[in-house]
Design a protein around this ligand. Sequence first.
Ligand code: NAD
Length: 500
Amino acid sequence: PKSYPRPGESGCPVTFKSQYENFIGGKWVPPVKGQYFDNVSPVNGKVFCKSARSTAEDIELALDAAHAAKDKFGATTFEQRAKLLNQMADAIEQNLEKLALAEVWDNGKPIREALAADIPLAADHLRYFASAVRTQEGFIAEHKENTVAYHFHEPLGVVGAIIPWNFPILMAIWKLSPALAGGNCIIIKPAEQTPASIMVLMEVWANIVPPGVINVVTGYGPETGKPLACSPRIAKIAFTGETTTGQLIMQYASQNIIPVTLELGGKSPNIFFADIANENDEFFEKAVEGCVMFVLNQGEVCTCPSRALVHESIYDKFIEKVVQRLGKIKQGDPLNMETMVGAQVSTEQMDKILHYVELGKKEGAQCIVGGSGKKAIGGELEGGYYIEPTIFKGDNKMRIFQEEIFGPVLSVTTFRTEEEAIQIANDTSYGLGAGLWTRDIMKAYRVSRAIKAGRVWVNCYHEYPSHAAFGGYKKSGFGRECHKLTLEHYQQLKNIIISY
Ligand code: NAD
């Protein structure tokens, strides 16, 4: 369809409950203290359901359920776990529209993205780890005569996962796929801004996943996330969110000496070398498109290409094209299939972005496009959180170049030499993503090696295959997600040497 019906309208693929309890031990369990909080849809700024406002007592219930399930689940064969993950992927694919719409209503992202990327990538991730775990079968090595060494990949036990709001389903899947493939039970704490979409997923999976293997407890960071991360009953904590929260998570985990994976913030550079502008051809258009990627998911992407570094000789021509292309992007109703930029997730996030737009002006950056702040959409979406995409030209020392804005705001600067481009790209406390655009293969190789970031896209941007390791350098965190090596972050590697 051109536009999807909204929740509550006839034909809408998703129906939200008015109130979500926690999902613990395969059942819906009310919060011990009986409290709930409102879930507001950023699409129209209205409350559409409530979720459990959980506390340490609810985390204990989830820990009880996960511990009751862990020995049985941990003893399943790799083949059985692979089968389970594939069934979970089937269920996601069968409920594509329902899950996409749930996420759109929860987060404000455009439906075309959720249908084409978020939800299919979630299914693929499960299938990838279903296959990856099978590759761990069957290794044994002769050490010397009459002595063999072999390894067991054992589960850690019960693991905790704390999720952000920008890709509510996919970020949970990035953690639970390797966790379950590795034979662990998991407790997930979704972000308080987007708790409902994962509950719709739990409804879809209710009859597939054995009780206690996946438990979801909603609530606020300090009230619900903290007791989970501090618990001596978890064997690992996986976190995606802000760098400052990541620092707290490390402190909590240090009390119990458990491993931590941190996927934190970013301020990704996207470098456009002079040779892209040889002719007005397809490659040049592709680079322009790559620059405009800063509006993907309303800029609420940890690898948002939020700093564009453009060679001074092509600056005018390139930016003119970027502004033209941006002008053609449709912003507004996230349920319309043509919409490419939807709503920011919350009023707090919107205010934070607007604050940075004002800061950019105060710092003396030149506003090339946008800058007016909130965008009025009108009609039924009047109360939604829409912001006009904004491009500033300035200097990499400015705060709009150094701090994560997490919105549709691009900061552009110029460079003269390859060395200078690398120096500016690395002049950041973050190191998550980076992009570069050139027709010169040797330059592509040199620069991608020189950039201190966990993911470098060359002549493309925002590709997220399940097999490509993803994670940060510097204050963007440590540990990796995606890629089969992630399985080992969720396993103990037991070595046994037998002499016979
Ligand atoms: P956030 O750190 O505020 O919240 C993330 C999660 O942590 C939420 O579930 C929140 O409830 C919880 N939390 C907050 N305080 C806590 C505490 N004291 N103890 C335990 N849990 C606590 O981040 P956010 O605003 O939800 O997400 C945006 C951030 O996430 C951005 O910085 C973005 O770059 C980052 N991000 C990173 C990646 C990545 O893979 N590197 C992916 C997506 C988002």
